[in-house]
Write a protein that binds this ligand. Structure first.
Ligand SMILES: [Zn+2]
Length: 173
């Protein structure tokens, strides 16, 4: 007898619970999804802007010996973009890479941190920064995105901590 009374009530509770869960799940999606899309598209646009800036400054590279033109663009902590190209020298060891030129340019303007750096080389795939530049990039943040691109737009993005594991940084001293 009691099962006849509680049965429908139990079913009703189960039904309401399912409806409530479905509604809360739906409203959660509506709240978070557009925000994520906006952030992602904004980031993609900024990174494309970095690649465009690096591609443009690459044409100023001074590379009479290697003929390897490189461009870099830094997204600094303030949100400003700074660019740099490689500058070679007859005394080869004095050559400065595009990445470091861009970073030094940012620091000279008063920046203390970096959010991302894009590098553009004329290579079939994409290429990563040299070891010296990885060390210099790491100096200005552990969460820096390194966007590696060629002239055709083929690209790969990695965190500096992936490119330079077990890094020696300011926290090491
Ligand atoms: Zn380098």
């Amino acid at each position: 007898m009691s099962s006849k009374k509680t049965g429908p009530v139990t079913l009703l509770i189960v039904f309401l619970t399912i409806i409530s869960a479905a509604l809360s799940c739906n409203s959660e999606k509506q709240q978070t999804k557009p925000q994520q899309l906006t952030d992602t598209s904004r980031l993609a646009a900024t990174y494309q802007q970095l690649i465009d800036s690096a591609t443009k400054v690459r044409t100023h590279a001074y590379a009479p010996y290697s003929k390897f033109l490189a461009g870099a663009a830094v997204l600094a902590g303030s949100g400003a973009i700074y660019t740099g190209c490689n500058v070679e020298n007859a005394s080869y060891g004095l050559t400065n890479c595009a990445e470091r030129t861009a970073i030094f340019n940012a620091v000279a303007a008063g920046e203390k941190t970096i959010k991302a750096i894009a590098i553009v080389f004329d290579v079939p795939d994409f290429d990563a920064p040299c070891g010296a530049c990885r060390q210099v990039i790491y100096e200005f943040g552990k969460d820096i995105d390194v966007i590696m691109s060629n002239l055709s737009g083929k690209r790969k993005t990695e965190k500096i901590t992936t490119l330079l594991p077990y890094a020696f940084g300011p926290e090491s001293l």
